[in-house]
Design a protein around this ligand. Structure first.
Ligand SMILES: [Zn+2]
Ligand SMILES: [Zn+2]
Length: 122
């Protein structure tokens, strides 16, 4: 668990102010602390937090697109739908049949790929 180190004053809950979903491009989130995150489809799919994709059962995460000679038959990655889970997460349904990945706000913020979050601020 994270230590509760935030101060009582000025604390902004880690929640999206606005979410923009493009099923063929990705997701953009404006956070309540005025941070902005952008996630491409491929980035989200590669960071699917479910047990199957993260290899939680002790198996290596499967990346079939690098192993199969049939990748030309692989359809372009798309989201079929995004549905809210409670008020803390979203569940993404992919066109490859996968729909068990639940992306919590906390997780999405953690995988934010912007220069500020990845430590590449100049
Ligand atoms: Zn998954
Ligand atoms: Zn960020």
């Amino acid at each position: 668990m994270m230590p509760a180190s935030h101060s009582a004053t000025g604390f902004v809950p880690l929640e999206p102010e606005h979410i923009a979903v493009s099923k063929s491009k990705g997701i953009k989130i404006d956070w309540k602390d005025s941070h902005r995150s952008e996630y491409s489809l491929r980035y989200l799919r590669d960071h699917c937090p479910c047990a199957t994709c993260s290899g939680a059962h002790g198996t290596e995460p499967v990346k079939p697109e690098y192993a199969t000679p049939f990748q030309m038959y692989k359809p372009t990655l798309k989201m079929l739908g995004v549905e809210p889970v409670g008020n803390y997460a979203i569940r993404i349904q992919w066109n490859d049949g996968h729909d068990t990945g639940i992306f919590s706000w906390e997780y999405l913020r953690r995988i934010c790929d912007c220069p500020e979050c990845t430590g590449e601020v100049r």
